[in-house]
Design a binder for this molecule. Structure first.
Ligand code: MN
Length: 374
């Protein structure tokens, strides 16, 4: 199988920041941009400069960091927005217009042809000012396919080098995404981008399907933060690209660190069972599982934790078994008789069935007490 032909555009600093209550300071944006660059992310969408003076300064600062990644910013199809992008010194601008009837009716109050014409003029204007231009269709997933193809043709004709498909409200399933992408890829003159939201919990699935169907630029955010239910998660898309897509040019080891950094700066904690970066992503409690993992971790881990800077952990609880407990006791430096191990195991199960967690301190106390048991 040929590896996926993809690049990653991470939009944590723009779409991620549109999550309710999230606002990054300039230094925080720069920290995150630096880590995204160390992973090898191809494009960093740094912000939406026309929003405020401070946002303009942040985008400019990132554009001046000298990173390997190309720096992108967002612009409506308005001259002032594109001029702000030029002023910020970014490499790429994403010029977006909504293309669905619903959005055109409620947002623009002018004919579709006029909206498209004005956008194409801005694509040309940006290109003529030396910017790489992504022509982005908002609410593309609810746009008639023939209308969308026509819009992409015109965007490409006027100088866009990337054509972005946004499932803005996260309403697609992977099979629908596959069908649409096949149609668009066959028709488009420039590479396509997939920008997926997570309203039905399918953002990563749809992004991965888009990649498997020929989309080139995949949009992600760290921890999947973003408007409403968020965007496709960087860590999930990258691991799929590595494990399934045969893409090996990204360094995945900083993923756990960047996840913690973004959780801290955004104030949005990561759920314990979040794929790849959640506290329990590589934790095991079941005695059956742990006994097998001690033989070969691949039995119950499809992703090696060290690949993504994660750590395997054994959690003791009501499903624990003797082998797991012996392993943990041994790792703590104790040697107990079989009777003593069984006594500790009984106590562990009893406690956890009363919803008491088995902290390391409690375990050590149980081990000490067990040494009285004969
Ligand atoms: Mn979005």
């Amino acid at each position: 199988m040929k590896p996926w032909n993809i690049e990653i555009c991470d939009v944590t600093l723009r779409d991620g920041e549109q999550m309710p209550g999230v606002s990054f300071r300039r230094e925080e944006k720069m920290d995150i941009a630096g880590m995204l660059d160390s992973i090898g992310v191809d494009v960093i969408e740094a912000g939406f400069p026309v929003v405020s003076k401070y946002e303009m300064q942040s985008v400019t600062a990132i554009a001046n960091m000298g990173l390997d990644a190309r720096i992108c910013c967002l612009a409506r199809a308005r001259k002032g927005d594109v001029e702000a992008a030029v002023e910020a010194g970014v490499d790429m601008v994403s010029i977006f217009i909504a293309t669905s009837d619903l959005h055109i009716r409620h947002k623009y109050r002018k004919p579709r042809e006029q909206v498209l014409e004005e956008a194409c003029a801005m694509v040309e204007y940006a290109r003529d000012h030396g910017l790489e231009v992504r022509f982005a269709a908002e609410d593309a997933s609810r746009t008639d396919l023939e209308i969308l193809k026509d819009a992409y043709r015109k965007g490409a004709d006027h100088g866009a080098t990337l054509l972005s498909f946004a499932d803005t409200v996260g309403c697609l399933t992977p099979l629908q995404m596959q069908h649409i992408m096949q149609e668009l890829v066959a028709d488009a003159r420039k590479p396509l981008c997939a920008h997926c939201h997570n309203d039905m919990g399918l953002a990563t699935a749809n992004t991965v399907t888009a990649a498997e169907t020929g989309a080139f630029q995949l949009h992600t955010t760290v921890n999947g933060i973003g408007e409403r239910a968020g965007n496709a998660a960087l860590e999930e898309v990258l691991v799929a690209a590595h494990m399934v897509g045969g893409v090996d040019r990204y360094d995945l080891t900083p993923l756990n660190n960047i996840s913690r950094l973004v959780a801290q700066y955004s104030g949005v904690p990561v759920s314990k069972n979040k794929a790849i970066v959640g506290e329990y992503a590589f934790s095991h409690e079941s005695g059956i599982h742990i006994a097998a993992i001690l033989e070969d971790p691949a039995t119950y881990e499809s992703i090696p934790p060290e690949l993504v800077g994660g750590e395997r952990r054994f959690i003791l609880g009501k499903h624990s078994g003797k082998k797991a407990l012996e392993h943990v006791i041994g790792a703590l430096g104790y040697h107990l008789s079989e009777t003593q191990v069984c006594w500790v195991l009984d106590m562990v199960k009893l406690r956890s069935e009363h919803k008491c967690s088995i902290t390391p301190d409690i375990l050590k106390k149980l081990i000490t007490e067990s040494q009285e048991v004969r």
